[in-house]
Design a protein around this ligand. Structure first.
Ligand SMILES: [Zn+2]
Length: 125
């Protein structure tokens, strides 16, 4: 494995650890808040929804990082999964779990946005 990939792998593993810890913390919070006084119910519900949303975001991030780690194992790190081009170095610095180049990421996002309205959009790739 090239040196660069080892460094990225370390960085991703550190990120993953952070995300896992945060998730543990949030999940504990969700469990701890089950006994809610009735008159506090509304705020508690809003808080729980916020926590739940954050958990979803972090779970997504966890999957992205785990995916990027697998890509490293395959020796494909830094190569766009969609067009096969190089992912910009600057992009990987900011988002080490990126497996798409900027152009493809934008395209995928706009497709996802368009597909969001009908809930079960078929995957195209
Ligand atoms: Zn691409």
């Amino acid at each position: 494995m090239p040196k660069k990939a080892t460094k990225d792998r370390k960085r991703l593993l550190a990120n993953l650890k952070q995300v896992n810890e945060e998730l543990d913390h949030l999940r504990n919070m969700m469990q701890g808040e089950v006994d809610v006084e009735l008159d506090e119910g509304d705020t508690e519900i809003v808080e729980r929804e916020k926590t739940a949303a954050l958990i979803t975001v972090l779970e997504r991030r966890q999957q992205d990082i785990e995916h990027a780690l697998r890509v490293i194992e395959l020796g494909q790190y830094g190569i766009c999964e969609r067009c096969g081009g190089q992912i910009q170095k600057e992009r990987l610095e900011v988002k080490p779990d990126a497996t798409l180049c900027m152009t493809c990421q934008r395209e995928v996002e706009s497709i996802n946005r368009r597909n969001r309205t009908p809930r079960a959009a078929p995957a195209r790739w």
